[in-house]
Design a protein around this ligand. Structure first.
Ligand SMILES: [Zn+2]
Length: 300
């Protein structure tokens, strides 16, 4: 297996990197992966993950939920119900930050296309990109969306989009810095970049340690905190314009963690832990399980 061995911090360039914990891929392979942290900026990442060309099999499970549409079990039922609510709330957030109505939006890693469809229905001109061919086919069949493969990102003209969204996608992208450069090129000068990622400084992450399901090794390569994503964004000429908690993720991630730990009562236990994490994030949004960050290009 070819591995992505990182010797230089992708955020700050420092070479002082230390192992912080070892996580197990409970989802696909059962293999173990180390998480490392940069001692200079605190950025945490998965060390020695499979390279992009070989990571495909780590996504191949019958029910990788973000690409599935099954409604089996309480967890999936809740996931689908919550997704409907979240779609409306994401759309409202995007429209709040957009400096135009019905502009051009690019959704990267669109999955089965629900968000792209929601924005299309609100009058936006939507382009969507997704690497998984089955997910693209789903979006075409159910919504009539022409979702592009990843290669399309190199073909759009500079300044093509008023809004670019990445909903739980950034943590999967091997070419992190190259992606930020491209985002800067594709966005209009007044555009908004909306990035949702898990927060490894959240209350639930701290409680579960290496068992926290949102480490999701080796699929998640980068484990952001509000401070580290801000630093990465600033390096690429962006400023943080907003930061919003995603309150439901604490419940979902806690239930998934309990399930992966083999807790037979994972639903109730996860709800209980999720509730206390949610309560804690209520007092300080930077402790929320997942966060939505909005960035703009630095002016001048
Ligand atoms: Zn660093």
């Amino acid at each position: 297996m070819n591995k992505l061995t990182i010797n230089v911090c992708p955020v700050c360039g420092c070479t002082h990197l230390e192992r912080v914990m070892t996580c197990t891929d409970s989802y696909a392979s059962g293999e173990r992966f180390d998480l490392y942290r940069c001692t200079e900026c605190g950025f945490v990442f998965t060390q020695d993950a499979p390279v992009e060309a070989e990571i495909g099999r780590y996504y191949e499970t019958p029910d990788y939920i973000s690409h599935s549409d099954t409604r089996k079990g309480a967890m999936n039922a809740i996931y689908h119900r919550v997704r409907q609510y979240m779609l409306g709330s994401k759309a409202r957030l995007v429209m709040r930050y957009a400096r135009c109505t019905g502009g051009r939006l690019l959704d990267i890693g669109t999955g089965t296309g629900y968000f792209a469809q929601a924005m299309d229905g609100r009058g936006w001109k939507v382009e969507a990109v997704e690497k998984n061919p089955q997910a693209r086919a789903f979006a075409k069949e159910h919504f009539g969306l022409d979702v592009q493969p990843e290669s399309a990102l190199n073909e759009f003209a500079p300044g093509s989009f008023d809004v670019i969204t990445l909903w739980h996608v950034m943590e999967h992208l091997e070419h992190l810095n190259e992606t930020w450069v491209r985002l800067g090129e594709l966005l209009t000068p007044n555009g908004a970049l909306v990035v949702a990622v898990p927060n490894c400084s959240s209350t639930d992450a701290k409680r579960y340690g290496a068992d926290w399901a949102a480490y999701d090794v080796p699929r998640h390569l980068w484990h952001f905190t509000p401070a580290t994503i801000r630093r990465l964004a600033e390096k690429h000429g962006f400023v943080m314009a907003g930061c919003h908690p995603m309150p439901f993720d604490a419940f979902y991630v806690s239930m998934l963690t309990e399930k992966q730990k083999g807790n037979s009562n994972s639903f109730l236990k996860g709800m209980a832990v999720g509730f206390s994490a949610w309560l804690s994030a209520w007092g300080s949004k930077e402790r929320s399980s997942s966060m939505i960050y909005v960035f703009r290009k630095k002016q001048g």
